[in-house]
Write a protein that binds this ligand. Structure first.
Ligand SMILES: [Zn+2]
Length: 246
């Protein structure tokens, strides 16, 4: 462990330190933290809201810490590193179909406060690694909204109603929305709804992380599908399963 005095000396001498453990390094992260973060990769893919959803890791442990560092310490370089981690898990994706990444914008007041949009930094890093295009202008968020944390699904929907605006891009390619974290999916659904209302098709969502609670919901949704299939085969059997949100 490095003492506060050592950290202070490093800062004084303008030595670069690891963003997560403060050990001296010339990179964004020290070798240890870089490896540990790459080991957070647990890519999962499923269908929801009529699109393919792909999430790189779970929002917990070191990945959660790194994302909090990105947001609260305005760490753009770490966001880029996370985007590169994501891209490393996407290398096997077919390249025949050009893809256009659309980062989910943050409200103008939050952008002013943070200085950058973490979803932009992640999407740009993924697009560069994969040689896909990235469009940070087509989807906008003119309406200022308060933080969604702590709101229920209905309150989130009301808060996000008509929060986005969409201008069809000139460039062709499958549209994939990109965000740093998937919690309930309300934000991505509203963005997708806005794009669909303009006649464009969203192919999927690419997420750096998803909340573990959401994973439980997906599992519940999966078992709901299985039960539904069983019910079709055995119409006399009663198995009432509520549809999982998201
Ligand atoms: Zn470190």
């Amino acid at each position: 462990m490095f003492t506060p005095l050592q950290q202070f000396c490093d800062r004084l001498l303008l030595r670069s330190t690891c963003r997560l453990c403060q050990r001296p390094t010339s990179e964004v992260l020290c070798l240890d933290c870089g490896r540990q973060l790459q080991a957070c990769a647990q890519p999962r893919q499923w269908q929801s809201y009529g699109v393919t959803v792909w999430a790189w890791g779970r929002y917990e442990g070191l990945l959660r810490r790194a994302l909090r560092q990105v947001k609260f310490e305005r760490d753009r370089e770490l966001a880029q590193f996370l985007g590169q981690c994501m891209a490393a898990s996407l290398v096997d994706w077919p390249r025949s179909q050009p893809k256009q990444l659309i980062p989910i914008p943050i409200a103008a007041d939050r952008l002013k406060e943070r200085g950058f949009n973490q979803a932009d930094a992640i999407a740009i890093a993924v697009a560069q690694s994969q040689r896909w295009s990235c469009n940070t202008d087509a989807l906008r968020r003119p309406k200022s909204t308060q933080a969604l944390h702590g709101l229920n699904h209905q309150e989130r929907q009301q808060m996000l109603d008509r929060a986005f605006s969409w201008r069809s891009p000139q460039q062709r390619g499958e549209l994939w929305l990109v965000d740093d974290i998937l919690t309930t999916g309300t934000t991505l659904q509203e963005a997708t709804r806005t794009i669909r209302a303009q006649g464009d098709r969203v192919r999927g969502w690419l997420l750096l992380s998803q909340t573990p609670a959401l994973e439980d919901l997906n599992a519940a949704e999966g078992s709901a599908t299985i039960l539904k299939l069983r019910k079709q085969r055995h119409p006399c059997r009663d198995s009432s399963v509520g549809r999982a949100e998201d």
